[in-house]
Write a protein that binds this ligand. Structure first.
Ligand code: AMP
Ligand code: MG
Length: 522
């Protein structure tokens, strides 16, 4: 039976399993010997519910019929219900390749864990809820633009079938937050917001790195035991063998996540080890973006523009590097290199495996045999929208046609008219693909339907999110809600929405901040 938020059953296991910080005052500091600090959200001026995910509410068993003001007060952190036990966790991490020491939840405050009627356990976390001991001089807040992006994208990812943290709500705070959008020395006040994120847990690689760095084997063991019991109970009782098996399981989940990101064209933008989930979930939506013109070297993150460490094509390799950091962090409690190497190798093997099948599935073929590589070359040579191109292929019949007809079929995906040589190369590739389809003999309707299940039609391009942001900042939530709704069914044809959402990036968005480039300033 769904019930009001106030009546949910709360149980705070993370707080039980790991020692808490004895210091009750909230000021930036190194927190030693503890996994978390008790900290209440800092109230905001005028909480207002801007968006709500009924799917996440029903996952939690929350009834929809609520007093919106009371609900917004809880989801902004102004009202802390008696059964909640707010806290921020301590973690470390490698940022852009360098160990950064203690980081922690600097602006995310967990309200605790909810036990759902279905017997599942979810942590609810308010992002932008105010300062914690891990805020390191920053304000603990989040702006509406980045919160709206996190809300929409985590729900969009879920509906794409990509593992992700979820978002229950987006609440406007009524407070201004000052940010320098492009780090150009022009700070300005922006509307603030709080997202309520939901996940089985928000455990990151960095949680393990913190205790390993501090040489705190007791807490490293406690954390590993907690993670095992909570997320990998099938791996048996705690001990070095189970820790090794857990790393292996994390490696495999991460490999599947990377294949999913690559398939839908998602670029995370800040794959620091503190932003990788041990559950293999997409976590921490910041300066992310979706590939439009196909370019493996593309990153949406201006902060990373120089080295492009977190570019699209590099993501699987970065995940491997991050897993190596996690393996090092677990070494003190495993004391054997073999399972660590085995996990890293399994990552590579699993990724290769999953990606090879995904590549074939995206083309609707049983055996890829170089077709993907051929298409990759075409996509690199002609400025082409990847998501649109794959979706157009999904709709095509396998019969042969004239050169002009082949090219016309893909024309909506081209940003620039291909040269004569490129046109010929495209036609040659399309013919070889169609010939393969005919040779494999799967009926077109069945093959097309299968392709449409792996090649999304609607993804949250930055310029779409930006339109919802511009409108929301002006007080109009229509675009936010319409996008939220369309992205619920990203693989379905929704003809009424094609003119708006199934199209190449418009010219106006090419160089507009928020559309073509994003900073970490959020
Ligand atoms: P991110 O790049 O968003 O993953 O954040 C990296 C670290 O900076 C984490 O420890 C965050 O909690 C912290 N952080 C980011 N923004 C803020 C903020 N506005 N206030 C406090 N801490 C922040
Ligand atoms: Mg982060």
């Amino acid at each position: 039976m769904p019930m009001p938020l106030a009546e949910l059953h709360w149980d705070h296991r993370y707080r039980r399993d790991l020692p808490g910080d004895p210091e009750p005052a909230v000021f930036s500091r190194q927190v030693l010997g503890a996994g978390w600090s008790a900290v209440a959200p800092t109230p905001v001026a005028a909480p207002r519910l801007l968006a709500w995910s009924p799917e996440v509410a029903s996952l939690l068993g929350i009834a929809p019929d609520h007093d919106p003001d009371a609900l917004a007060a809880v989801l902004a952190g102004n009202t802390v219900l008696p059964a909640m036990a707010p806290f921020a966790t301590a973690y470390a991490g490698h940022q852009f390749g360098h160990f950064a020491g203690q980081l922690g939840d600097g602006r995310a405050i967990s309200l605790g864990e909810v036990l759902t009627p279905a017997g599942e356990r979810y942590e609810l976390q308010l992002k932008g809820a105010g300062r914690t001991p891990y805020s390191r001089g920053a304000d603990g807040r989040a702006v509406l633009r980045s919160s709206l992006r996190e809300f929409l994208c985590s729900e969009a990812m879920h509906h794409l079938g990509v593992p992700t943290t979820r978002a229950l709500s987006l609440v406007g705070t009524g407070d201004a937050v000052v940010r320098d959008l492009l780090y150009s020395g022009d700070p300005r006040p922006e509307p603030g917001a709080v997202v309520c994120r939901v996940a089985p847990s928000f455990l990151r690689f960095g949680h393990f790195e913190l205790f390993a760095w501090r040489q705190d084997a007791a807490n490293l063991t406690r954390l590993a035991d907690h993670a095992l019991a909570r997320h990998f109970p099938e791996l048996g009782p705690p001990g070095p063998a189970a820790y090794g098996a857990m790393l292996l399981a994390i490696a495999k989940r991460t490999a599947r996540l990377m294949a999913d990101w690559m398939r839908v064209g998602f670029v995370h933008g800040v794959m620091n080890t503190d932003n990788l989930s041990v559950l293999g979930l997409t976590i921490d939506y910041g300066p992310y973006g979706w590939l439009e013109a196909y370019d493996p070297g593309w990153t949406p993150n201006t902060t990373d523009a120089q080295h492009r460490r977190y570019r699209y094509g590099q993501q699987p390799a970065v995940a491997h590097w991050n897993l190596a950091r996690l393996a090092e962090a677990l070494y003190p409690i495993i004391q054997d290199e073999a399972p660590l190497h085995a996990a890293l190798d399994a990552y590579a093997a699993t990724f290769a495996d999953v990606w090879t099948s995904a590549a074939a599935a995206r083309l609707g073929v049983l055996a890829d045999d170089g077709l993907s590589e051929g298409l990759d070359a075409r996509l690199r040579a002609t400025e082409t929208d990847m998501v649109i191109a794959f979706r157009l292929l999904s709709d095509l019949g396998s019969e042969d046609r004239s050169d002009a007809a082949w090219l016309a079929a893909l024309a909506p995906a081209f940003y620039a008219t291909p040269s004569a040589d490129e046109r010929a190369a495209w036609v040659a590739w399309l013919r070889s693909w169609a010939a393969r389809l005919r040779q494999e003999g799967r009926p077109d309707p069945e093959r097309q339907a299968a392709m449409r299940r792996v090649n999304p039609r609607y993804v949250l391009r930055n310029w779409m999110a930006q339109q919802a942001i511009d409108a929301a900042e002006a007080g109009d939530l229509t675009e936010l809600h319409r996008l939220h709704d369309v992205l619920r069914r990203p693989y379905d044809d929704q003809p009424a929405h094609d003119a708006r959402y199934f199209q190449r990036r418009p010219d106006w968005a090419r160089h507009k901040p928020g559309c073509s480039m994003l900073s970490c300033s959020s």
